[in-house]
Ligand binder design. Sequence first.
Ligand code: BEZ
Length: 403
Amino acid sequence: MTNYKRRDFLKNGAALAALSGASAAGVLLPATLAQAQSAAGKIRVGLMLPYTGTFAQLGVAIENGFRLALAEHGGKFGGRELEFFKVDDESDPAKATENANKLIQRDKVEVLVGTVHSGVEMGILKVVRESGTLHIIPNAGADAATGGLCAPNVFRTSFTNWQPSYPLGDLLIKRGHKSAVYLTWKYGAGEESLGGFRDGYSKAGGKILKEMFLPFPNVEFQALLTEIAALKPDAVVCFFAGGGAAKFLRDYAAAGLKGKIPLYGSGFLTDGILEAVGDAAEGIETTLHYGDGIDTKRNNAFRLAYAKTFKLQPDVYAVQGYDAGLLLTAGLDAMKGDIANKAGMIKAMENVKIDSPRGPWTMSKAHNPIQDIYLRKVVGKENKVMGVAHKALADPARGCKMA
Ligand code: BEZ
């Protein structure tokens, strides 16, 4: 895959703009009806998220977070109201390009916010790199989105899959765990999370005894847990999220492994599911760019507002959706609502410092957050923050040639 440089983006944007009559790269074009309507009316926002399946709760939390940011800005970003167009992507990569095209071609969205699943994200990337549509990723960690397939119009407010897993390696060695088994779903996010862990763990001197996989979103863990018991590693490390993570924690405890072989993971393992799993998660340590217990004025205010509005506790996914709203309004405020000025939007979004509930973060050159990764521990129904596992961690952005 060739690298997608800024000058290519501007060239493609101009060509697309000439075809569609819209100013895809902020270049000067004759005013068209579409432009006039767009400038005056609501901004068309596509939400492509999972609303069914194992990641359904994650999609809802992201949308809630985004809507909370909007409400806190008086219902307007850059002085303009938003009109939402929604697609349930079902976390199904096979439907990803069709779903993204529905939003872009049929609904004519001006910014596409999505998604959760890394495989689905790869399909969205294909479409938005072609169309030049402004794109904000509020979860999917697919390394390529801000790596080999980075593009000027693609921004992320979450993480790369590598990022939260990398600091786990050092943590395990500090805990005296010299050997580990890694277990995950066989798809992009699982494999890349394993990659981050492998980088950190081998650098710290650890040995991975075995890498184990099951197809996404399969939750038949029993055979693998039996094999882990026989292998007797010092620790088990995993990437699971959503409903699958809750089932894994219950099965790990039921298999008698909890308390015998310490379990670790990137924090998706215990985020947003503590109400559902009860004691099975107690004491588990994870690393992530958010923790319920971050005791700052900013996080406490966010948590209170979210709980009041949605009658739910927020989690990392809600924060990422909220920050997607903050990022979009940073661009729109700078452009006074002129989303068609894409070059201006991009510049403003590149220069943000997001005052997030997770703590302030900035945008890397590849358009991914440079952020603190926290060490968390489950205490009761909370992912309690125990410290910072890695300060201001930037993804290596391998293969991104964007200037
Ligand atoms: C992913 O597929 O990128 C992903 C899904 C859920 C949580 C974290 C990452």
